[in-house]
Design a binder for this molecule. Sequence first.
Ligand code: FAD
Length: 417
Amino acid sequence: MTRFNAFSLLRNALNGHRGWTEQWPEAQPKPAYDVIIVGAGGHGLGAAYYLATQHGITNVAVIDKGWLGGGNTGRNTTIIRSNYLYDESARMFDHSVDLWQGLSQELNYNVMYSNRGCLMLAHTVHDVQSFKRHVHANRLNGVDNRWLTPQECKAYCPPINISPDARYPVMGGALQQRAGTARHDAVAWGYARGAAARGVDIIQNCAVTAIRRGPDGAVIGVDTEKGFIGAKKIAVSASGHNTQVMATAGVRLPLESVPLQALVSEPVKPVFPCVVMSNAVHAYCSQSDKGELVIGSGTDQYVSYSQRGGLPLIEHTIAAISEVFPIFNRMRMLRKWGGITDNTPDRSPIVGKTPVQNLYVNCGWGTGGFKATPGAAHTLAWTVARDEPHPINAPFTLDRFRTGRLIDEAAAAAVAH
Ligand SMILES: Cc1cc2nc3c(=O)[nH]c(=O)nc-3n(C[C@H](O)[C@H](O)[C@H](O)COP(=O)(O)OP(=O)(O)OC[C@H]3O[C@@H](n4cnc5c(N)ncnc54)[C@H](O)[C@@H]3O)c2cc1C
């Protein structure tokens, strides 16, 4: 694997960039592996990377029905934060934020992590109370978060309209300074490159059609479009399609697959210095390094496997953005797209073992799993390698929907992200 550094860049610049080697080979399936991971998104590729680097397990295949990173990893608005209310979530997401800090160096691949800060605007008395509660809870958990007055919000992000005449006036905001954004494709590519360099096979355009179990009930492999592939262990990380894949092993998951949309504007000069989220009007915004405003909102109101989503939600989102940032009223939008998110009733993920021996699942990240990519991948790899949960993912069991020990970030946030 060519290492990226100043010398390799210079050498290749001088020879017309003919010296770069492929980032990962086009692998064909072997008859069997120690571990198969279904889904080559950031979570699946990351888990393969950590299996290889931290647990010495390299006889691994990551199988995807499309191209790697073509699912939600390549479709999301890349917001990273860890200011969740409950202790379990704070630990999981802050573990990720810790890993994000050094990820480019770890992978020798620039994932463009930018901790530009995430400001969550409060527009109602309920918002103020709820966000202040988050600030206090976060601080108790060692997660940075602080309260800003409307004037401080405006000073931090000048495009915000803090006029008291607004339909939903800004009453303050909670700022997590360590939060930010990263380049989504680069995360998938960096993990893929790192995993492949250590012997992991990345098999693209090969849908897994069924998980096969042996007479004792344990997994024995997967049926795919390229035939049967044996495996001692299988981890499923297929986001919007988790229920379908897991159903083939006889495991029912408490998930609903719902489209989530995003859109970008025409590019403009740097004008928007951070991430701003507004739950009450329900829209959020940041500016990409290319200059486009990256805009997102809530999920569509219906379950679907379509990656398109409905126009009414986009119209609502644009109206919300215009309300909070009137300077963007006349900007043109370039394109919109959707992804299929897998949502649990409490909007917290399920990462761990399943009732089927040697079958593991990483699902339920819904609208907010990009930020968790390194942490989810790291704890999933641990769980698969040791057949026991890492302390951080231990509370995120499938069983909590039977025992009632929920981690109800849905109720805490009143909006998932
Ligand atoms: C529009 C949008 C905006 C979002 N914004 C944010 C945000 O700002 N911040 C945030 O934290 N999160 C955000 N999310 C959520 C985030 O994108 C996801 O939670 C996260 O990327 C999930 O990563 P993953 O690796 O689990 O899934 P994916 O990247 O979706 O990977 C799953 C892979 O499984 C593959 N697959 C499915 N079925 C099969 C099969 N049968 N066989 C083989 N392969 C299969 C798919 O092709 C896919 O590549 C957003 C999502 C969307 C759609």
